[in-house]
Design a protein around this ligand. Structure first.
Ligand SMILES: N[C@@H](CCC(=O)N[C@@H](CS)C(=O)NCC(=O)O)C(=O)O
Length: 228
């Protein structure tokens, strides 16, 4: 199973910082599937036009093209059932909740801490598009979005309490072994880790210890990832 992944890159092609592409990277590694990653920039729309949409991750596997990290996870699970990402239909349904929570709460929360930092690490050719599209989304300048972030840290950390409560009882979000739920949350946290120097987690946070465990999985895939 030879797979090509279009993976969001910064000005430095080795800086890969998409929260969604990281979910896919971890899922592929979990399955032990080799992948060739293609660095992709926001304005490289033509390069993924074959997928019929304009966002990454996109994977190409033989004649099949799949986009959207959740759809890709389901595709991988169906194509290569073991080792499992979801642990069956009930686990898949629960992981869907984790995915929705991460997309709606976590991604939006993190963006407010690092969106201005991203301008400095993305490819210069992407900067105008990135700034104008994100400023339109937030309805203010990226500087204004990020402003006062230190004062908002405690509220953000409080938001992560459900993760802490789960990890108090088990080693992984997946239970006794890592599952796609771990990849969703850890993949999302790879975004600030790779793209910004701003520390969202306190060193003694159990989530930091868990993230460190995830970073060590798959031969240290996450730990060795280039940071901007
Ligand atoms: N729901 C999608 C979201 C994918 C997404 O938003 N990707 C971003 C990169 S992190 C993107 O390609 N954005 C392109 C753009 O903003 O033009 C998934 O889970 O894969």
């Amino acid at each position: 199973m030879s797979i090509v992944l279009y993976d969001l890159a910064g000005a430095d092609p080795d800086v890969r910082f998409s929260p969604y592409c990281w979910r896919t990277r971890f899922a592929l590694a979990h399955k032990g599937l080799p992948v060739e990653t293609v660095p992709w920039r926001f304005t490289d729309r033509d390069a993924i036009a074959f997928s019929g949409q304009s966002k990454v991750p996109v994977i190409q596997h033989e004649d099949t093209v799949v986009f959207d990290s959740w759809t890709i996870a389901e595709y991988l699970e169906d194509q290569a059932p073991t080792p499992t990402l979801f642990g069956g239909p009930t686990g898949r349904a629960h992981a869907r909740f984790v995915n929705a929570w991460a997309d709606s709460v976590l991604v939006g929360g993190i963006a407010r801490f690092i969106v201005r930092d991203l301008v400095d690490i993305i490819d210069p050719k992407d900067r105008d598009y990135f700034r104008s599209s994100r400023e339109a989304r937030f309805g203010k300048s990226l500087e204004a979005v990020q402003d006062g972030r230190e004062d908002r840290l405690t509220a953000f950390r409080d938001l992560l309490l459900p993760i802490r409560l789960v990890l108090r009882r088990q080693h992984w979000l997946g239970g006794a072994a890592p599952s796609y739920a771990d990849h969703i949350i850890a993949g999302t946290l790879m975004w600030p880790r790779c793209a910004s120097r701003f520390e969202l987690l306190q060193a003694d946070d159990p989530i930091a210890a868990w993230l460190d465990r995830v970073l060590g999985l798959y031969g240290g895939l996450g730990r060795e990832a280039r940071r901007a």
